[in-house]
Design a protein around this ligand. Structure first.
Ligand code: IPM
Ligand code: MG
Length: 355
């Protein structure tokens, strides 16, 4: 066994959090003899500044030749006026498309010790354990768009949402398979009372469910789902939805879980998978060494589990994170009286020491 991983720090806090995750990977490598090797590559605004493009070909090629990709974050106010096709966000969108990453898995699990961090009452969040399965390379994100056109002297812009049956089937199948390994419940989220794409989505998911007899399938409109996540989040097991709804609901679900800084994600497709925290590049705290590295560290654990099939090493990381939190280490986003304040490095060290 020997694995090659492409590491893409990106912008803002990306470098700090990715450095932490690499330190943790090196620690488990030493313990389990994984023989990991790394290629560090640019993407996002940083790549735009260096090479004039947010996603250099070399970065994409390196990802394709790897066993897994660990991604930090991209974006920042510095690049707000860059033309749309060259914005930092195009790096992650290009990687998703270029690697065929059609599914994004965003698990939200609330440890009992962290129920107090949710903006919701502890009673509502105790026991939350759900995963959002978001379609990632279709829908309105990748449909035709027009930045600006004139109609009778009026300027307009438009984005086209479209989904095909095979696109919906492929993501729904993954959701059903995921639910089989969990509590067997799938909630499909759409806006079928208004949108044609949603009606096709609902029809397709319902039809596919016929071949998954053991699974309990429900449907919710996206507005109701947003409300249900705040009212009774424990009702969810697997949520499957399109690209835009999944983007929005996964941020909401993440805060229900306590801190967006702790949430990992896996983007999977037909070849190399990519792992990234669900939070952004947080330019306001970049370079201060105070970012919460846990979302990225847990993303590295997902990489070990799903891409390298190194379950024991993955679990060692997750257990070490739980222990570091249990003994009271907290980055500033989670710190409160009575706990041990830790910056990014200190939190990383606290986790490494428990592996
Ligand atoms: C996410 C992010 C991205 C998205 C941005 C950075 C393009 O919000 O991964 O959720 O919208 O998908
Ligand atoms: Mg998002």
């Amino acid at each position: 066994m020997a694995y090659h991983i492409t590491i893409i720090p990106g912008d803002g806090i990306g470098k700090e959090i990715v450095d932490s995750a690499v330190a943790v990977l090196k620690k488990v490598d030493g313990k389990f003899g994984l023989r990991l090797s790394y290629a560090f590559k640019d993407a996002g605004g940083t790549a735009y500044d260096k090479f004039g493009t947010p996603l250099p070909t070399d970065t994409l090629e390196s990802c394709k030749a790897s066993d897994g990709v660990l991604f930090g974050a991209v974006g920042g106010g510095k690049w707000d006026s860059v033309e749309p096709a060259l914005r930092p966000e195009r790096a992650i969108l290009g990687l998703r498309k270029g690697l065929g990453l059609y599914a994004n898995l965003r698990p939200v699990k609330v440890a009992d010790s962290l129920t107090g961090y949710s903006p919701l009452k502890p009673d509502l969040v105790r026991g939350v354990d759900l995963v959002i399965v978001r379609e990632l390379i279709g829908g309105i994100y990748f449909g035709d768009k027009c930045e600006s056109e004139q109609h009778d002297g009026v300027e307009r812009a438009w984005d086209l949402e479209n989904y095909s049956v095979p696109e919906v089937e492929r993501i729904a199948r993954l959701a059903f398979e995921t639910a089989k390994l969990r509590r067997g419940k799938v909630t499909s989220v759409d806006k079928a009372n208004v949108l044609a794409t949603s009606r096709l989505w609902r029809r397709t998911v319902t039809k596919l469910a016929e071949s998954y007899k053991g699974i309990e399938l429900g449907h919710l409109y996206v507005d109701n789902c947003a409300m249900q996540l705040a009212v009774r989040p424990t009702q969810f097991d697997v949520i499957v939805t399109g690209n835009l709804f999944g983007d929005i609901l996964s941020d909401e679900a993440a805060v229900v879980g306590g801190s967006i800084g702790m949430m990992p994600s896996a983007s999977i497709g037909t070849s190399t998978s990519l792992y990234e925290p669900i939070h952004g590049s947080a330019p306001d705290i970049a370079g201060k060494g105070i970012a919460n590295p846990i979302g990225t560290i847990l993303s590295a654990a997902m990489l070990l589990r799903y891409s390298l099939h190194e379950e024991e090493a993955a679990r060692a990381i997750e257990t070490a994170v739980d222990k570091a939190l249990e003994v009271g280490f907290r980055t500033p986003d989670l710190w409160r009286e009575g706990f041990q304040k830790a910056n990014t490095d200190e939190m990383t060290k606290a986790i490494c020491e428990r592996i």
